[in-house]
Design a protein around this ligand. Sequence first.
Ligand code: ATP
Length: 228
Amino acid sequence: MVEHAPLAAAVSVPPRRRIGVLGGTFDPVHIGHLRSALEVAEVLALDELRLMPNARPPHRDTPQVSALDRLAMVEQAVRGVPLLTVDARELSRDKPSYTIETLELMRAELAAEDQLFLLVGWDAFCGLPSWHRWDELLKHCHILVLQRPDADVEPPDALRNLLAARSVSDPQALVGPAGQIAFVWQTPLAVSATQIRQLLANGKSVRFLVPDAVLAYIEAHGLYRTPN
Ligand code: ATP
C-alpha cells in the first residue's frame, strides 16, 4: 500500500539555517581561532561556521607566506571537524574585500529567514567604526563578539550607542536573521598569530599552539623563519 506524506510535511518550509563566519588573516591559524570557532558553533547550535581568510594588501604579504599558504593551513586545521568549513571567496578576488560586500554576497545565497552570525574578536570589534560602511553590517548579520583575554574592558565611544541599542546579554537569545550584538565567552586562550610568527622567527617551537597538521605544513614549507 502506498503511504501518503501528511500535507503539512509536503508544504513545510525548509528549516532556517544558522551560519557563522570568522574572518581573519590567519597568518597562521591557531588554537585561539579554532577553539573560539568550535565553541561558538556548538553553544549557538550553528549548522556551519565558516573560516574566511582575508586577502591582505600586497605590501603586507611576505614572499614565504602567500595567501595560498594561509588558506592551505586553515584547510588543514579544520579537516575532520564537520562544523568548521573554509570559505575562500575573499582570496579569489584580486583586491581586498570589504566585509560588508562579503556579507551582501552571502546574504544573497541564503534564504531570507536564515541567520548569519559574524564573529569578531574584541580587538577587531573595537575597530569596527573604521570599517567600510560599518553602520550597514547589522542589516545582514548578527555580530558575536569573542572575548579575548587581553582585551580592554571599555568599548570605544563610537560604539556605545550601537551597543546600547543592539546588544543582548544572552547570545542564545538573538532573534531574526540579523541586527543584534552579543558577547560570547569562550575558553580564554591568549594566543596570537604575532606571537607564533615571532616564536618561529626565533627558532622556537609552536607545538600545541597550532594543530599538528598546521605545524607540519609550516615545517614542510619553511614558513615564518625570518621576522616580518
Ligand atoms: P595577529 O597577531 O597577526 O594580529 P590574530 O592572532 O589576532 O593575528 P587574526 O587572523 O587577525 O589573528 O584574527 C582573526 C579573528 O580572530 C579576529 O576577529 C581576532 O580578534 C580573533 N582572534 C584571534 N586570536 C584570538 C584568540 N586567541 N581568542 C579569541 N579570538 C581571537
